[in-house]
Design a binder for this molecule. Structure first.
Ligand code: NAP
Length: 247
């Protein structure tokens, strides 16, 4: 972005896609708020890597599905750096099972972590971005939210709703120089997919035209583009990063 050393908040940046985004933006000298829920040692490793690559890290532990925790995350971030230029709503979980077997708790946990968190963080970030009259928000959705996926009704619903959130907020804040976009990854190599049953994973890989799973860096590159000045005329879009799986 035109701001030098932009201040970025990435939710769920201790591992996986969130970590890759942190490292990608660190190379551009960004100041990076590394949010995570509980895995402090992984978050500290991310922070060390961010520093090594030329970025400035700030650890921000907290469950972003909980309002009081989001409030304190932003209080710490703004107290430290006084601004927020980029918000990446990345934190997410799965609790996969067929809808008939799904518990209320499985439903609520996924909706709250994947969707409510994005609403809470977006609202908090916009209070500052609107005053700055600039900002970038990137939501990490999923192709499950576009094409549905058996065993993922809670997850797919959360990600489809994230697309609706993306487009609605994009319309609300475009006149203030703020863009809001989403990426929809397919099958990416992270803890989420490592924990999938091997048979289900192999069946999905077999359907990918590019013939392999994606890497976290391949998602991070697209997020980095959407957060950059080069994407200044793109808002309300969902960029699919899935090796052709959902086309
Ligand atoms: P991951 O490796 O399991 O990492 C999840 C991250 O989210 C961790 O940093 C975790 O923190 C954090 N987190 C979870 N719940 C949180 C909460 N309530 N508050 C704050 N942080 C929380 O997952 P991933 O595969 O990188 O997925 C990242 C995003 O990409 C998710 O939104 C996911 O739905 C999406 N996505 C992933 C794939 C894929 O194939 N991997 C495909 C499509 C979309 P701790 O380390 O403290 O637990």
């Amino acid at each position: 972005m035109s701001v030098s050393s932009p201040v970025v908040l990435i939710t769920g940046a201790s591992r996986g896609i969130g970590k890759a985004i942190a490292l990608r933006l660190a190379r551009d000298g960004a100041r990076i708020g590394i949010n995570f829920r509980s895995n402090a040692s992984a978050a500290e490793a991310t922070a060390e890597d961010v520093s090594r690559l030329g970025g400035e890290p700030l650890l921000l532990p907290g469950d972003v599905s909980v309002p009081v925790s989001v409030a304190s995350t932003f209080e710490t971030l703004l107290g430290h750096w006084g601004r927020v230029d980029v918000l990446i709503n990345n934190a997410g979980i799965v609790r996969d099972t067929l809808v008939l077997r799904m518990s209320d708790d499985d439903w609520d946990a996924v909706i709250q972590t994947n969707l409510r968190s994005a609403f809470l963080c977006t609202r908090a970030a916009l209070r500052t971005m609107l005053r700055q009259r600039s900002g970038r928000i990137v939501n990490v959705a999923s192709i499950s939210g576009i094409r549905g996926n058996a065993g993922q009704s809670n997850y797919a619903a959360s990600k489809a709703a994230l697309v609706g959130l993306t487009k609605s907020v994009a319309r609300e804040v475009a006149s203030r120089g703020i863009t809001v976009n989403a990426v929809a990854p397919g099958l990416i190599e992270t803890d989420i997919t490592t924990n999938m049953p091997e048979k289900a994973r192999d069946a999905l890989v077999g359907q990918i035209p590019l013939g392999r799973m994606g890497t976290t860096d391949e998602v991070a590159d697209v997020v980095s583009f959407l957060a950059s000045d080069q994407a200044s005329y793109i808002t309300g879009q969902v960029i699919v990063v899935d090796g052709g799986l959902a086309m």
